[in-house]
Ligand binder design. Structure first.
Ligand code: ADP
Ligand code: MG
Length: 285
């Protein structure tokens, strides 16, 4: 009884907080989130006391050195893992597991090799129980959005890395999730494809108004895409700086303004951690 009374009050408080007094709705709230992993070999504190909010429609980018807990953070938001302490609420309700409202796009496109491009994009809608007649125009729209309308019959092995990643993005967007969680989605691509997909994602975000949580190692990518950049400390990961990127869109990665923001993000990353620099902590601009 006591437990449920506490829980209800927590729910009421978070729903009040979602509206706030700014009129902009909060989608996700993390309060004092920590995560420890214990294995037979060692104990790791992956995340240490993380708190932040994400508003509906925001593009949030997380940067931080390898192993600082970025993927762990994304997994907690996706509901694929549980925090050791602290709370995560999505639309005012505690996150208890994965849901169609939060869809993950991974670094390596996880597509179904036995399905063609169109069926891959359609898959999530089928799972959601959307009738075939309604699925068709949705799939058409998202294939067009990622510029794959001419490849809808192609099989996964016939696609380039960039095309596979575009299928994965279309599949995720087609279910119209409240939030897209992207874990270094362009890291495995060549520089040219990466540049093209960054611009494509900027365009898609502007047109769909989705809320995006995006992890990257690339500070220029962060400056190009983000409304707000969260900079993490080396392990155990905590948020050490928050950099709002106050630039109009569409942004061009080669403008001084974007390059200046990239330099600011890089400096926030390296400040006071310089002695720890390794190949993984050298940030390309
Ligand atoms: P990042 O994505 O920033 O590179 P991760 O979130 O993958 O970092 O990992 C953060 C830390 O947590 C690392 O020290 C990693 O070894 C540890 N870790 C991540 N997942 C597990 C797990 N399932 N079991 C044990 N340790 C883990
Ligand atoms: Mg990771």
């Amino acid at each position: 009884m006591v437990l449920s009374a506490t829980f209800d009050r927590e729910l009421v408080e978070t729903s009040i907080a979602t509206v706030g007094n700014t009129g902009i709705e909060t989608l996700l709230t993390l309060s004092n989130v920590s995560k420890h992993f214990s294995t037979s070999r060692h104990d790791t504190t992956a995340l240490n006391d993380i708190s932040f909010d994400i508003k509906k429609g925001e593009f949030i980018v997380v940067v931080g050195p390898s192993g600082c807990g970025k993927s762990t953070l994304l997994n907690l938001i996706a509901g694929l893992d549980k925090a050791t302490s602290g709370t995560l609420t999505f639309e005012g309700k505690p996150i208890r597991g994965p849901g169609a409202d939060r869809v993950v796009v991974f670094q390596e496109a996880a597509l179904y090799p036995w399905l063609n491009v169109r069926s891959n994009v359609e898959f999530g809608l089928k799972m959601k129980g959307v009738p075939a007649k309604e699925r068709k125009p949705i799939v058409d729209r998202y294939l067009e959005l990622v510029n794959l309308q001419n490849f809808q019959k192609a099989l996964v092995h016939e696609l380039s890395g960039g095309m596979k990643q575009r299928v994965q993005i279309a599949r995720a967007l087609a279910v119209e999730p409240d939030m897209l969680l992207m874990d270094e989605p362009f890291a495995a691509l060549d520089a040219q494809t990466r540049d093209a997909l960054q611009l494509e994602l900027q365009d898609i975000w502007t047109r769909t108004g989705s809320t995006i949580f995006f992890i990257t190692h690339n500070v220029r990518e962060a400056a190009l895409l983000a409304d707000r950049v969260l900079v993490m400390t080396p392990s155990p990961g905590a948020i050490k700086a928050e950099i709002p990127v106050a630039l109009q869109r569409p942004r061009n990665p080669d403008t001084h303004a974007v390059v200046d923001y990239a330099a600011e993000i890089r400096s926030a990353l390296q400040h006071s951690d310089y002695h720890r620099a390794t190949a993984d902590t050298v940030y390309a601009i």
